[in-house]
Design a protein around this ligand. Structure first.
Ligand code: ADP
Length: 175
């Protein structure tokens, strides 16, 4: 079972084995976490993503799926790209959001990554309400069998951090 930790900060500064990127299905960059990962990680990541597009991922990466590349200049070994679902009030897409976390952990296990940093997938440009996203993220990571020893949620602002803390199983703990 993995140890879940919460930190407030920038995911591109995390010294971990793998950083999870909230990518879009093109794999060719975007805003939010994706923009920061490519900016800080440098062109090597985009080159690796282009290779994926030229090969097995010709149609891009589906929502809920995950794939790894080099982390370029980030202080990590790998970036695991996953595509969150766009929030919809009409359609329940929580299974797809849960799949992002499960698939990222599966890829991390394949790589042999033991420490993994996650952003709050889908809560930015894809508009998922933070409290619900936190609930899905924490529940999924807590219940997925994995060799990952630390799953670190990196929350960009105070509000996101507090929301995740309140959603921790067993309620908010100190720290
Ligand atoms: P999505 O398209 O999946 O919604 P975003 O990247 O737009 O992904 O946002 C996901 C979450 O990550 C949002 O809560 C956003 O505030 C946060 N975020 C944006 N930049 C960073 C960063 N550099 N480090 C950590 N979290 C970030």
């Amino acid at each position: 079972m993995t140890n879940i930790t919460l930190v407030r900060g920038d995911i591109t500064e995390q010294e971990v084995d793998a950083v999870v990127n909230a990518a879009n299905s093109s794999l060719l960059g975007g805003g939010g976490v994706d923009g920061a990962v490519h900016r800080r990680g440098g062109p090597e990541i985009l080159a690796a993503c282009r290779e994926l597009r030229a090969g097995h991922y010709g149609r891009g990466l589906a929502a809920g799926a995950a794939v790894a590349t080099t982390a370029g200049r980030l202080p990590a070994r790998w970036v695991i790209h996953t595509v969150g679902p766009v929030f919809s009030a009409e359609e329940d897409r929580s299974a797809t959001l849960a799949s992002c976390y499960r698939e990222s952990l599966r890829v991390a296990d394949e790589l042999g990554a033991r420490t993994v940093a996650f952003p709050a997938i889908s809560t930015g440009i894809y508009r998922w309400p933070m409290a619900d996203a936190a609930d899905i993220a924490l529940r999924t990571v807590a219940t997925t069998p994995t060799e990952v020893t630390e799953a670190r949620f990196v929350l960009f602002d105070e509000k996101a951090y507090d929301t995740f803390r309140a959603a921790l199983p067993g309620g908010p703990a100190g720290g």
